[in-house]
Design a protein around this ligand. Structure first.
Ligand code: C5P
Length: 400
C-alpha cells in the first residue's frame, strides 16, 4: 500500500506559469490514493482554471477567503485543520513574502497561518527575483519556522532567461511528499531495537530444567511492531514455539546466563532495549552431567541467583533507552514504579498476572509508566497491544 493512501493533502497554487505542472502533481497524488484539495490565489486562476483541478480532485477548489458558500462547507479553518500536509506549488516571490510576513489577506496565506500541518513550498520565479536579497531573506525566515523549501531548479525559464528559479517537476514533488509521509510512518528508521523474549531454561541435568510459563508472544509481537516502525530489530529469544517475525534478526539462547551474555554483546550497538523475557530468577548451583536417579524420597536442589539482564544492561549503557516489563500479582503500579527506579529504566510496562491472565495468553492488559507519564491500555490482543506500546516507546524515545 502506498504511504499516500488516504492522506489528506492540500495543494496551494499561486500565480506563476509553472502552475500548469501542478495539475500533473495533483493527478500523481490521487493515483497513489491521496485525498487532494486545492486552494488557489486570485493570480493562480489566470494561469490554470479551477475547473481543471476540480475535475482532477473531485473536490471544489477554494479561492475566496470570504466565500459564504465555502465557509459553510469547508472554510479556511477547516481546510487548515483538514490537511495532513500542505504543499504550495508554485510559490511566487510575492506569496513567499506574504507568508514570511505572516499575512492573512487571502485564503491561501490565511490557511498557512492557521495550520499545524507540515508546510512545504516549491518556489518558482525569474532567476533575478529568486536571487534578490529580499526573497532570500524571506526564504530564510520560512526555514527558521520549519517551513520546508524544495528547489527551485536551474534551467531555462519561461521569461527566456536561464538560471535558478524553475519549479521542481511534478514527479519530484510527488516523491518528496511521499517520502515525508514514509518518514512519519517510520519514526524508528535507522534505529536499532534489541528485545529479549520468551522463557529461559536452567538445566538440572541433561534431561530436566527449570523454566516458566512464558510463550514469548508478547516479545515477538513487540519485535514485529518495532520492525513496522522502521527499526532494525534483534530478538534474543529463549525456547519458544514461534517463528521469528519477517525481517527480524533472531539469536536463540537457552539459559539466563547465555541470554545475559548475548544481550550485553548486542546492547553496544542498540538505541532501544526492551526486556520482555521471563528470565528464570534462579538456576541450579550444580548441573549434573548424567540424569539424576530417583534414589531418595526427598530431593533438594541448591539454586543460585541469576544475573538481572535488564539491570545490568541499563546500568552498563546509561544512554540506551531501556524498557522493562513487570508481571505482578498484586500492587501492580507500586511494584512497577519501584522497578522503574531500581533498574534505572526509561519506561516500564506493567501487567497483572494470575489465573488466565498474562502468561501464555493471547490477550493482555497493561499500564505503561514512565517518569512523568502513565497510560492504561485495556485488555486486547497482544499484537494490537504491541503496536500501541511501540508507538508510546518511539514517541518517548524521540522526545528524549
Ligand atoms: O524483577 P522482575 O523479574 O519482576 O523484572 C522484570 C523485568 O526485568 C522484565 O523486563 C524482565 O525481562 C527483566 N529481567 C531480566 N533479567 C532477570 C530478571 C528480569 O532482564 N534476571
Amino acid at each position: 500500500m502506498s504511504d499516500l493512501n488516504n492522506k489528506q493533502i492540500l495543494i496551494g497554487i499561486s500565480g506563476g506559469i509553472a502552475a500548469y505542472k501542478t495539475a500533473e502533481l495533483v493527478r500523481l497524488l490521487i493515483k497513489k490514493g491521496a485525498n487532494v484539495r486545492v486552494c488557489m490565489t486570485k493570480a493562480a486562476v489566470k494561469f490554470i482554471t479551477p475547473l481543471t483541478l476540480q475535475a482532477l480532485t473531485g473536490n471544489p477548489v477554494a479561492t475566496d477567503l470570504l466565500d459564504p458558500e465555502a465557509e459553510a462547507a469547508m472554510g479556511h479553518i477547516e481546510l487548515a485543520r483538514w490537511a495532513d500536509l500542505i504543499m504550495i506549488a508554485p510559490a511566487t516571490a510575492d506569496l513567499i513574502a506574504r507568508i514570511a510576513g505572516g499575512h492573512a489577506d487571502d485564503l491561501l496565506t490565511t490557511i498557512c497561518l492557521a495550520t499545524e500541518a507540515p508546510l512545504h513550498i516549491a518556489p518558482a520565479m525569474n532567476r533575478v527575483m529568486w536571487d534578490n536579497p529580499a526573497t532570500q531573506e524571506n526564504c530564510k525566515n520560512l526555514q527558521q519556522r520549519n517551513i520546508t523549501l524544495h528547489g527551485p531548479a536551474n534551467g531555462e525559464q519561461a521569461c527566456g532567461e536561464t538560471g535558478a528559479g524553475r519549479m521542481l517537476e511534478a514527479l519530484e514533488l510527488a516523491k518528496i511528499i511521499e517520502a515525508e509521509f514514509a518518514s512519519q510512518a517510520k519514526p524508528l528508521a535507522g534505529k536499532t531495537v534489541l528485545i529479549t523474549a520468551g522463557p529461559t531454561r536452567e538445566a538440572i541435568d541433561p534431561v530436566r530444567f527449570i523454566s516458566n510459563r512464558s510463550s514469548g508472544k508478547m516479545g515477538y509481537a513487540i519485535a514485529k511492531a518495532a520492525k513496522e516502525l522502521g527499526a532494525n530489530v534483534t530478538l534474543i529469544s529463549g525456547p519458544v514455539a514461534l517463528e521469528a517475525p519477517e525481517g527480524v534478526h533472531r539469536e536463540l539462547v537457552e539459559s539466563a546466563k547465555e541470554m545475559h551474555r548475548e544481550t550485553l554483546k548486542q546492547a553496544k550497538s542498540a538505541d532501544i532495549f526492551i526486556a520482555t523475557a521471563a528470565v528464570s530468577d534462579y538456576s541450579p548451583a550444580n548441573v549434573a552431567n548424567q540424569k539424576i536417579k530417583k534414589t531418595e524420597d526427598k530431593f533438594s536442589l541448591a539454586l543460585n541467583y541469576n544475573p538481572d539482564i535488564l539491570f545490568d544492561v541499563s546500568h552498563a549503557f546509561p544512554d540506551l533507552f531501556s524498557v522493562g516489563f513487570a508481571a505482578e500479582t498484586e500492587d501492580l503500579i507500586k511494584h512497577a514504579q519501584g522497578k522503574l527506579k531500581r533498574k534505572k529504566l526509561d519506561m516500564i510496562v506493567a501487567n497483572p498476572v494470575g489465573k488466565d491472565q498474562g502468561f501464555d495468553q493471547d490477550t493482555n492488559q497493561v499500564e505503561v509508566i514512565w517518569q512523568g507519564g502513565h497510560i492504561s491500555l485495556p485488555e486486547k490482543d497482544k499484537a494490537e497491544l504491541a503496536v500501541e506500546i511501540m508507538s508510546i516507546v518511539s514517541q518517548q524515545f524521540n522526545d528524549k
